[in-house]
Ligand binder design. Structure first.
Ligand SMILES: Nc1ncnc2c1ncn2[C@@H]1O[C@H](COP(=O)(O)OP(=O)(O)OP(=O)(O)O)[C@@H](O)[C@H]1O
Length: 577
């Protein structure tokens, strides 16, 4: 938390100082108040001087007005600084999340990252605002009131001092039990985010399968679990205020009793006892606020740790120190040597011992059952992850040696799940090359078999794309993401099962268009359909993460039983023969 504040608060040092100084002035008025009241009672009321009572009353009104205007400035500073810090934190987190490798994102979990950017940052904002408004005010009032009380009469002041360790004990007992709950509470909030996210993104499937009630139950369970922890913390914290008030009120009773005796003895005036009680009340409310501050800061500390975990994370996949590489020469387009990969925490590797070489302009087909490691292979070639064994080379260089911007220019990937963002067709297509001309965009759309339906849209390339591309069908989304990958003329284009929503005819036309670009572009086509890969120059057959076949369609029909089995099941034994 200290590191977080040191990093994000310095730009607002001036405003923080201004806010705190204005609050200090308000504290001075608060401390003076009981003295004026005591004077008013002893001299004004005691001396039956109505004029003095009126003047003291006006002075109190003046104190309140000046105190209020100083408070307003402080509140404004607190609001500005807390909002600005929150915005800076969110920006820093967002930038960091974008730098993280896929593996880092997997480790944190997307819902947890969302909670950190939203809820955890909110906790820091609240702590910063209250820090400026209350952190100095209430301890100072508590100490100032105590010192003033001691100056009036140290005998009664002893009662004050005796209350302090008793309150300290209450604090210690409550805080030591509630602090561990705060981290747990944020983790449970991550779970609520996860369930909400899954339910919202899969709302159509959930309805189609009539799973609404099951999802409601799942949400209810996660929310109740989080609520129960919050209630447990609340129950503990709720002891804090009454216990402090109990101690303080007992103190007031003692002061009134002992003060009464000293007034009777003529050692104190009634006004001084009133001032004493007022100071006791000020201390009482200050201590209650301090208790609340401790709870808020403890919660913010837990959130601060979660935020710093992300900001401190060193991305597993980085391009630090990499310089642009010269790509001339006749090295193979893709060369894998003993490549293997295990996801963090997985018991078995997702991929192991894959070795192959693909010439420039050729097409690699990758086929295998579900979960056989096809997408993992695609992610390693595009360096979304680094292999845990072996090396991946592209155009003669280790993928790890490329700067990311050059690697993204050279390799484009169409992920399994078509993803579009809100904007226009043009803005979605220009991701790889912001300066792409209309001609280049239409060329990519033609190759991706998307030109016809885009042409039919009233605004053409400027047709609006709604969030997630929901105003397009699944097949249209897939074709647009394929077109996006072709813009900017990548040297290598990976299609990760990206034609699954296309009918056979369109799929065949797409493959034909890719073959026409073959001189300049090497393709990796991942599919569970034999028809999509059978014309490839090289086909890699994966089974449970192992490469069980490598060759052309004909070679594999002869030499790879699994490929033959898949081909026969899809094309029919007659056609295969
Ligand atoms: N992000 C991940 N974290 C942990 N394990 C993963 C992750 N992604 C994939 N796996 C596991 O790695 C293995 C290979 O997955 P991969 O997605 O590469 O298979 P695939 O052949 O592309 O499957 P499909 O055809 O169903 O898309 C699977 O056992 C899967 O459970």
């Amino acid at each position: 938390m200290k590191r977080l504040l040191k990093r994000f608060l310095p730009p607002y040092r001036g405003r923080i100082a201004l806010g705190v100084c204005f609050k200090l002035v308000e504290v001075v008025f608060d401390i003076l108040n009981p003295l004026v009241v005591a004077y008013m009672i002893d001299r004004g009321v005691g001396g039956r001087d109505a004029g003095l009572v009126l003047r003291c009353g006006l002075l109190l009104v003046l104190f309140a007005a000046v105190g209020w205007s100083f408070t307003m400035v402080c509140q404004r500073m607190a609001a500005v600084v807390s909002q600005a810090t929150g915005t800076d934190l969110r920006r820093a987190l967002f930038e960091k999340v974008n730098e993280l490798s896929a593996e880092d994102v997997d480790r944190f979990g997307t819902p947890s990252l969302v909670t950190r950017v939203t809820n955890d940052v909110n906790q820091i904002q609240v702590a910063v605002a209250l820090g400026i408004r209350q952190l100095v005010r209430f301890p100072l009032i508590a100490v100032g009131a105590m010192v003033s009380a001691l100056l009036i009469d140290w005998h009664l002041g002893v009662i004050f001092l005796a209350c302090t360790p008793a309150i300290g004990l209450v604090f210690y007992l409550v805080m030591s039990r509630s602090v561990p709950y705060f981290r747990v509470m944020q983790r449970k909030l991550d779970k609520v985010s996860l369930v909400t996210r899954e339910a919202l993104s899969g709302v159509r499937v959930i309805r189609a399968f009539g799973r609404e009630q099951a999802e409601k139950d799942r949400f209810s369970e996660a929310a109740s679990d989080q609520a129960q922890t919050a209630i447990d913390v609340g129950r503990l914290s709720s002891v804090l205020n009454p216990a402090t008030f109990l101690v303080m009120n007992l103190g007031i009773v003692c002061i009134l009793w002992a003060g009464g005796i000293r007034v009777d003895a003529g050692e104190l005036t009634q006004g001084q006892v009133m001032a004493f009680v007022n100071y006791m009340m000020q201390t009482l409310t200050s201590v209650a606020y301090i208790a609340n501050l401790v709870v808020i800061f403890t919660r913010a500390t837990a959130s601060g740790q979660r935020i710093m975990e992300v900001l401190d994370c060193v991305p597993k996949v980085t391009d630090e120190g990499n310089r642009r590489l010269a790509l001339s020469g006749g090295a193979p387009a893709i060369s894998l040597a003993g490549v293997g990969f295990s996801y963090e925490g997985a018991k078995v590797p997702a991929l192991t011992g894959v070795t192959l070489e693909l010439g420039r302009g050729q097409t690699l087909g990758v086929i295998g059952g579900t979960g056989s490691g096809k997408s993992t292979l695609a992610r390693l070639i595009a360096r979304l992850y680094d292999p845990t064994e072996g090396t991946v080379r592209i155009l003669g260089h280790d993928v790890a040696a490329y700067p990311f911007d050059q690697l993204r220019e050279v390799v484009s990937i169409v992920p399994q799940q078509a993803s579009l963002v809100s904007g226009t067709i043009r803005s979605n297509l220009s991701w790889r090359d912001e300066g792409a001309t209309d001609e280049e965009l239409w060329d990519a759309l033609e190759a991706a078999q998307a030109a016809d339906f885009v042409r039919a849209k009233p605004a053409g390339l400027d047709e609006v794309v709604e969030a997630g591309g929901r105003n397009f069908s699944g097949g249209q989304r897939q074709r647009l993401t394929i077109a996006r990958a072709l813009v900017g003329s990548p040297r290598i284009c990976i299609l990760d099962d990206s034609a699954s929503a296309l009918d056979f005819k369109t799929d065949a036309r797409l493959r034909h268009a890719l073959r026409e670009r073959a001189g300049a572009m090497t393709s990796v086509v991942i599919s569970q359909r034999v028809s999509s890969v059978m014309h490839a120059d090289l086909i890699c057959v994966l089974d449970h993460g192992r490469m069980v076949g490598l060759g052309t369609h004909e070679e594999l029909l002869d030499g790879c039983p699994l490929y033959r089995e898949i081909a026969e099941s899809q094309l029919g034994a007659k056609e295969v023969a």
